[in-house]
Design a protein around this ligand. Structure first.
Ligand code: KG4
Ligand code: ZN
Length: 356
């Protein structure tokens, strides 16, 4: 069975061809990240325009690499949400047109569920497990059993990836923040700064806006202490231009220690809550997905702490952590084989929750 996956939920335009459930025949991604970098974050209009420009090329390249012709496709799986409405519309409209023209079944897929499903390409899905989703827009813990998904908790403010991105901006490290923070954190002292663990009523909820603000205050304090007469209040987050001019002057040692301390705290909070959720649901498997799970510190600590509690932690291969269409195809075929179908009236849902 040949599945074509289409992913356009944010800044990437991606198509992949999956044979059966396990064999990736092609996985093509065109990223518009370079176009957003000067703005310090994703600009939705630029993202959707890029998807529109790229989708046809990416589709043809994916088919060419897989040596597959359009009539060979048995199923089209497309990201229906959550994500940016303009980008989502490009993928869904393209998928619907293709499905109609070629008379191939169509299936709308949840992007977050697809991130977790990336783990099950060439690996068996555990009978029941806790899912940790850590991406640029979402952070959640969910319980999965027999294909049923129950949400245990999610972030009440910023997502984990968003926190990496915002802290990198505050430290003057550019966008996206995750990879650069991970890189400079290697040379920093993770104990240099301590952050208060956020308290949540639901033990499986997350909050990352407090640590971001604490870091902003530390940066302001540093600035104020070093240059008396030029108080930290000039460092407002909204004043992008002035802020980046000052922040580039932060000493490398400060940036490294702050990045290491931030990463250490976020990883610790993620790991503790995930293992508490596993213990609460009495499961021995944890499945992780989303861009932040490329982070080697998260991988190392979660694996190590999981092992100590008898929990097996499953991460997708590195090439499948960021947005891609192979994971969409994988989730699509799984649902299709369970009898799920979408109609031509399929619409996008920018806020599509997991498990629906
Ligand atoms: O899942 P993803 O590719 O896109 C969304 O669906 O949001 O995640 C992107 C996020 C960005 O916030 C990026 O900074 C973060 O993943 N990220 C990382 C790393 N690589 C990417 N965060 C921490 N460490 C990394 N190595
Ligand atoms: Zn994603």
């Amino acid at each position: 069975m040949i599945t074509l996956g289409i992913e356009t939920s944010c800044d990437e335009t991606a198509c992949a061809v999956l044979s059966g459930r396990d064999t990736i025949k092609s996985n093509v991604v065109s990223s518009s990240l370079f176009r957003h970098k000067p703005f310090g974050g994703i600009v939705p209009e630029i993202a959707s325009r890029h998807c529109l420009e790229q989708i046809d090329f990416v589709f043809k390249e994916a088919l060419g690499k897989a040596r597959v012709r359009p009539p060979d496709i048995d199923l089209i799986a497309v990201t229906q949400g959550p994500g940016l409405i303009g980008s989502l519309l490009v993928g869904v409209a393209f998928a619907k047109a293709l499905s109609f023209e070629l008379d191939i079944p169509l299936l709308g897929v949840n992007h977050l569920e697809a991130h977790l499903a990336a783990n099950f390409i060439a690996r068996k899905e555990p009978f029941h497990y806790v899912g940790l989703l850590v991406s640029g827009g979402h952070t959640s813990l969910s319980y999965h059993k027999n294909g049923r998904i129950t949400m245990l908790g999610s972030t009440v403010d910023d997502a984990a990836g968003e926190a990496f991105d915002k802290v990198a901006k505050i430290l003057g490290l550019g966008y996206p923040g995750g990879p650069v923070i991970e890189e400079i954190a290697r040379h920093g002292n993770p104990e240099a700064f301590r952050f208060t663990k956020p308290k949540q009523t639901n033990p499986f909820d997350f909050s990352f806006s407090g640590i971001k603000t604490a870091i902003l205050y530390e940066v302001q304090k540093y600035w104020g202490a070093k240059y008396t007469g030029k108080p930290g209040r000039s460092m407002g987050l909204k004043d992008g231009k002035f802020q980046s001019r000052i922040l580039r002057r932060l000493p490398l040692g400060f940036q490294r220690d702050m990045a290491a301390s931030f990463q250490n705290a976020v990883v610790h909070w993620l790991v503790v809550k995930t293992l508490e959720a596993a213990s609460f649901k009495k499961v021995k498997d944890v499945v992780v997905g989303g861009g932040v799970c490329a982070n080697s510190s998260l991988r190392e600590v979660l694996n190590r702490e999981g092992k100590a509690c008898g929990v097996t932690v499953c991460f997708p291969q590195l090439s499948l952590t960021s947005d891609n269409a192979a994971m969409v195809a994988r989730r699509g075929i799984e649902l299709y084989q369970k009898g799920r179908r979408s109609e031509q009236i399929l619409t996008v849902d920018p806020n599509l929750p997991m498990g629906r």
